[in-house]
Design a protein around this ligand. Structure first.
Ligand SMILES: [Zn+2]
Length: 99
């Protein structure tokens, strides 16, 4: 049985550059407690433990799916595919804070 230790939601990393700021999207990450003793940080696209090779895909996808449903309840407009907000969501502008 794999235990999910931590889940970090997707976000933008901000990097200061010579001419301003650049934003890099960092996907959702899930930290699991692997049977080998390692605590790998996994994503939807990388679900195997680097140390022992165990695949934690089901635990990772289940965790991400639970969080997605919670987010869908809080932010239903993000998941309404046939409104014009969908285009904004895909560009990520709604998730960027300009300070
Ligand atoms: Zn492992």
């Amino acid at each position: 049985m794999v235990t999910v230790i931590q889940h970090t939601g997707g976000r933008y990393d901000v990097h200061a550059t010579e001419f301003g700021r650049s934003y890099r999207w960092v996907p959702d990450r899930v930290v699991v407690d692997c049977d080998c003793g390692e605590k790998p940080t996994l994503t939807r696209f990388e679900t195997a433990c680097a140390r022992c090779g165990a695949d934690h895909e089901s635990a990772v996808l289940e965790e991400l799916d639970v969080r997605r449903r919670e987010d869908e309840i809080l932010h239903p407009w993000r998941y309404n595919g046939d409104c014009e907000g969908a285009a904004v969501r895909e560009t990520g502008f709604l998730d960027v804070e300009f300070v």
